[in-house]
Write a protein that binds this ligand. Sequence first.
Ligand code: NAP
Length: 345
Amino acid sequence: MTASNAQWLLRRRPQGMVTLDDFEYKESPMPSADLAAGDVLVKNLYLSFDPAMRGWMDDAPSYLPPVAIGEPMRASAVGQVIASENTAMPVGSLVQGMFGWQQYAVSKSSDLFPAMALPEGTPPTMPLSIFGGTSLTAYFGLLDVGQLQAGDTVLVSGAAGATGSAAAQMAKLKNCTVIGIAGGEEKCQWLRDECKLDAVIDYKSENIEQRIGEICRQLDCEGINVFYDNVGGDTLEAGIEHMAKKGRIVLCGQISAYNDEQPQPGPKNLMKLVVNSIRMEGFVMIDFMDRIDEAMNDIVTWVLEGKIAYREDIQEGFDNIPATFFRLFAGQNTGKQLLKIADPE
Ligand code: NAP
């Protein structure tokens, strides 16, 4: 066993765009293998990178407490148990949990998110990608919050990302017409060819508001019934402009604002919600924790039947952890952003 535990700590609260200076690399002592009952010592194999982590760096009230200065950055991960006081997770087994930006972590059974064993034979990246939180988010956001109905016209922003691509394809599976918004031709092509979306808007080269209007006219629909928004800002405002009567706007995220120093002004056209009887509702996936099994049954079935395409963008190397996080905000990730730290033993 190595004597040290490499970590990336949160050094300070970012002002505006997150930078390398907001983190600090440190070699800490290896956690003790002298564990309490129920605990496991885990060697991290794969880290997940999620836009929400940017919010956890701010000292602001949220659905999880902020990461403390000087602590390893909080992150979801898959690892291998290397010492165990938990019979459900013996040495050698693969587990997932909030193990953070470090090589080794002790996961206590009393933690908010204690380690969970991976089902036998699961490829180690899948619980962080298509069988992970982003797919669950898409499922509950679309079906519960969005109250999706067959025949709806659905607009998804951030459509080529992990959450957006799952939501867009779930809407197709439910016999809806789906329009996706994404950045760049490569992502738009993937949405057309692999995800089988009905129409795609490249927001980097097209006017979103104008294009939604044109596409709705081509599709001969009265407007958007469900807008699944991952982006916020101008994209949200453009979608609001084209909502159909009794439409539902699902506020899943606002990635365009996560690194803003000042809050963005709200959408100028909220009166559209009044005159068209539109509901706009936010949510967090952890609101639905008690229904994960139900959602996962559907998701696993769809994926195994080849009905949901997905991509994993796997970077490598412990040194590259902060740089991999920054990829999310530059739109560099093609699919679920992961990073490999080590192979299983
Ligand atoms: P992702 O979509 O796989 O990756 C982030 C993508 O966001 C980038 O690839 C980029 O795609 C797009 N993006 C970045 N900056 C942007 C900007 N300024 N304007 C427009 N698009 C921008 O990440 P994800 O994990 O699936 O998360 C997507 C959204 O879902 C985020 O808003 C996240 O906070 C939210 N989310 C919410 C919950 C919940 O419980 N409510 C749970 C998970 C995720 P382009 O190349 O297309 O720009």
